[in-house]
Each structure stands twice: as C-alpha cells, then as structure tokens.
Design a binder for this molecule. Sequence first.
Ligand code: ADP
Ligand code: MG
Length: 684
Amino acid sequence: MTSLYRLPLTRLSGVGTKKEELFARLGIESIGDLIRFYPRSYEDWRSPCLIADAPANGLCCVKAYVEKARPPARIRGGMTIFRIKVCDGYDYMTVTFFNQKYVYEKLSAGGEFLFYGIVRSGDGGREMTSPAVSSPEGCGIHPVYPQTAGLSTKQIENAVRQAVNMLPEKTNDPLPGWILEQYGLCPLDFAVRRIHFPESMEDVRKARERLAFEEMLILQLGMAMLKGAGRRKAACMRIEKDFTEEFFSLLPFSPTGAQRRAAMECISDMSRTDHPMNRLIQGDVGSGKTAVAAAVCYSAVKNGMQCAMMAPTEILASQHFDSLSGLLSGTGIRISLLTGSLTAAKKREVYQLIENGGTDIVIGTHALISESVRFRSLGLVITDEQHRFGVAQRAALIAKGESPHIMVMSATPIPRTLALMIFGDLDLSVLDEMPPGRKKVDTFLIDSAKRQRAFGFLKKQVDSGRQCYIVCPLVEQNDSELQSAEEYAEKLKDTPLGSCRTAILHGRMKAKEKEAVMAAFSSGEIQVLISTTVIEVGINVPDATVMMIENAERFGLSQLHQLRGRVGRGSDKSYCIMVSDSEGAVTRERLKVMCMTNDGFRIADEDLRLRGPGDFFGSRQHGLPELKVAGMSDMVILDQTQDAARSILEKDPELSDKEHRGLMFEIKRLFGKSGDIPFFSESP
Ligand code: ADP
Ligand code: MG
C-alpha cells in the first residue's frame, strides 16, 4: 500500500481540487490516507422493518413504495420542502426532504425504495425526515464516515469505493505472518476492504480487531523505540544490599503497604545486572511518592550511586529538596539543590560537588541538564511530574550517567490502559493506598446564584488565617485570558473578598513572574490567588483550604481532581467549590462524581468512561498520536500487543529486518503525523 500514499486524491473521479481541500481538512491527503479513513459507524439496511415496528427514536430501515408525491412547497429561507407519502403494504408514512430535488425526482417516478432514518409520530401520522434512500437491491451494510462541512458521508463513500478498488491484488501487510497467525488476525487486505464495505457485522468485528491490533502495536513499538528501549540492554550500577528497612525505621511514620511494595519493586529492578530500571511510580496527590523516592535513593547512595531528581519548576525542586533533606537528616547522606536562580558562584560550587562526589543526591530543575553538570557516578535518575518534561530533556539527564536507573513519578492518576499507552515500556508501580488520617476534601457543586454566599465563606476562611484559590472562568481565545482574570479580580472588589490581598496568575506570564506570585502565595503574603489556567502541579501550600472553580463543567474530571489536590495539604479541613450553571445530564453526572469520591483512580476511570480517550487530557497534552480504531479500554488487545512488541524488538531492536519494513513505515507515518513527536531525532 506504500505507493498509494503518494497518489493524490484528484486521481479519483468526482474529486477535484476543491474536494481535495475538504478531504485535507479530515487529514486525508492521498489515496492511501483515504483507505485508512475508517467509518465512524454503519447503517444496517439488510433487514428492513415495517413502519409499525420501527423502534421509537431509533434508526431503522423501512422498505416502502411511493404512494403519492406532493407538489414541492417553498418555505422560509429560500428552502424547498418535498413531501412524499409512502406505504409498506400495511401502513403509511410521510417522507420529508429539504432542497433535495434530485431525490424527489427519483422518488416521484414511483416504485419501491429503502428509507433509512428515524420514524416519528407527527400530527399527520408517521413520518421520516431527510432519510437516506436506496433502491431495494441496495441492501447491505453502509458505512457512515466522519464528515466535514461540504463533504457528505455518501461522497466519502464513493471516493473510498474507488480507492479500495485501486488496492493491488496483493497488499503488503505490515504485520508479519507469524503475528497474524499467533493472534488469529485477518490480513490487511481483508480488513481494509471489509471495514469499509462489510458483508456482515462479524466482518466489521474482525476488521476492527485486526486494525486496532495493528494500531496499538505500531504505537507501542514507536513509543518503545522512541525511548530507546531496544537499546537499553546495558550493564548498569546495581544494588548489592537493600537498605530500605533501615530507612523506613528512621521515618516518623510507618510506610503504607503500597509504599513498601513500590520501594521493593524498585530495589528488585535495581538489583539486576543486565538492564537498568525503567519504572513509573504513579500515585495520587498525597500518596507519599517522595518517601518512596527517598527510600530508593537511600539504598542507591549506600550502594555507591549518585542520584539526580528533576522537577519541572523551581518551587517544586526546592520543596523536594526540603522534604528529602528532612527525611534523610541524620543519615549522613548529602543533598544539594541546583536551580537556574542560584548565583553563578553557588552553581559552580554545586557543579564541583557533583563532579568530585561531594554530594550524593542532587535535586533541581532543567539546570541539571546543563553542560557544566558532570556526575561522578550517576546511578539513578528520578523525574517528577513527568509528562511535563519533553522526551529530549529526560534523555539529556539520562545521558549524564552510564545507563542509570530511571524512576518516573507521576501524580496524574490515569487508567492502566492509558498509562501503558503513554509510558509504553515503563514498568508500573501504583500507590493505591493513602497514608492514614488523610482528610477528605469536602466538595460542593453550586450554581452562580450561590456565588456570593461562597465568597462569604472564603472570606471567613481568610479571616481565620487560611488561603484560597479561585480558578476563574476560561475564555476561548488566549488573548483575552489576562483580561478575563483582571475583570474577575475587579468584580471581586465588590464582594466580601474585596478587602483581601489578591494576586493573579495566568498562562501568559513568564515562568519567573509565575514563580514570584506562587512564592508570595506560598509565604502567605497573598491570601486569594486568582488563576486562569491550571495552577502549578504539585505545589504545596498547607494553609490553602479552599479551591473554588468557576465553569467547572469545562474541565475534565482528572483536571478537576488535580486542581482539588492543591488543597487539603495541611491539618485543616479543606473544601472544593465547583461553580457551574450547566444543566446537561452527563455534565452534572460527571461533576457529582467529584462530590462523591476523592479517589483519583476512580475519578480517572469515570472520566475515561464518560468522555472517551480523546478528551481525556483535554487538548492532547499527552502528545500521543491519535488512534482511529483502537479504544483505550481494549485491554485484551493491549496486553497482546505489548507481548508482540516485546518479542519483535527482542528479535530486531532496530526493526531493520525486511519482514519489519512495513511496521517501520507505519510507525513513521503514525508518529510523523502527530507532529510534536520528533521521530528518532532525540535519542540520547
Ligand atoms: P505526593 O505523592 O503527592 O508527592 P508526598 O510525598 O508529598 O505526596 O507526601 C504527602 C505528605 O504525606 C508528606 O507530608 C509526607 O511526609 C506524608 N506521608 C508520606 N507517607 C506517609 C505515611 N506512610 N504515613 C503518614 N504520612 C505520610
Ligand atoms: Mg509530590
């Protein structure tokens, strides 16, 4: 199929430059792309029903003959309405079309037809509005395509039909024969023909299964190669003796079962000699990831390794520095902080310590990947809040050691399927247990009529020495983001909060300005923080007890959960107030989940269920290529493709075999299109 990607759509009859542009809007730029543009759903025309048996409000196919065509009538807006009375031998039904003169002409000649649509009961009996029409022999399953303005599903179908006919006798299948056999998958040729033009719904199932498998496999292989997984079989520093218990006994609290398990899994990874650890520690806010990191660092240092921990912002880095210093005080382990804002002299001092082994653990920001940083024996690299780092940044830090162990900490609870997709080859430890005594953040959903009362509540909190976050309404264009925040702050002046010390934080501020505002909030100088975009991940302000979120309906549940995680970090009872006037049933159901549970994983599952994978992270923050067929909840295929990807890479890490040429081609195609993943240009 390779060469079909080079054929322009204008080769098809009925597609000129104008249509070509419309297709481009759907991401279709070649015949090959068109063949890989799959139907959204199907219309089953095979078993027409009687008018009387039509499901209420459900789509169905009715076979009927034309009884009488009424004369066309002009209606407002320059539209013409065509009504035709049809009969299935028992009952009558009125079929209505707008402006579709050619359909009217075809039908008014009389005869029998199939009508596909929804049968409704109107004043004049049953009716069907703007149905799809076909001749009786047009029975079958019709594909329904995602559309764009100016391009109907019928027009797409016509183009696809021609494109599929251009497929060569024998298609090059990217999946090697043994994979097809082992997993019982149909060949590509069958799959692409039948996903467009199935003869049965079983065809559709088979085709989808195969295409989803291919897609997930390509994704996993691509992610794995991107991370250099195939190349990371290397000798590494290893842990000879485990000191975890010794470390735990030094803690002022006893670790949770989940923390013990995660630490143990890391130590076990790091005790191997043939390849370094590559593990994701996933835990909700407050689940105690830092203690796990400290425990692992403790053993690593005692076994002669240096450790580096990178955080996305200066504030987070210094918070980590403080908590690790606390956890490891009195152990003799030396910790340094390295951030961009240190003076040049101070930086040089830290560089020295890192290079001559005068420090064991370095915590910092991107400053860690500066060229001047040279480790003496870097054995463990930890990144926090990892999805905020680019592949290149992580790779640069990793390159500072010789195959160091890698630990990634993520505070975004994501369903397992999604985690595997995004983090591909990482092993996963989940902190699914909260330290005891953690208080639930009481969460309320209110409408704007209650906003003033809520402000009164916030004022009371401020008066008793607490602090509040307000996430102000989102705006459509970035340009007015600042304006929206300023207007909101202005309006606050006439509320009980008018006398409080407030500040604004928005996405267009420079990193330095943001950090300054966050620092002022952190020190208590600012009482109410008005923020437009998402507040810094992971920031810890224990005195902040209220998170108020305007336009809550515009956020994903996981985002709301992240926002709510900014409060409830101290000893005081904390609250989350979501403001929304939305009356949509699904929206309200979603927001109510927030009021019911504080469990991030449950929330993530609900979010995935209610919104689907596409919207999960909002605007594709995860940087994954878009999947067309595969659903994120397709666990079986996911497991199978993980196995398959592993066996393929074991045999052929670079995918250079002839047998894998097709896979490589598809990987480049998938990742190339996602734009933001620079393929293979970033390997360490
Ligand atoms: P996160 O997973 O969000 O990074 P932290 O590591 O910051 O969570 O831990 C949150 C708080 O909980 C810290 O103050 C930490 O000292 C405390 N903590 C961690 N583990 C336990 C535990 N097992 N028992 C009691 N408190 C704990
Ligand atoms: Mg943390």
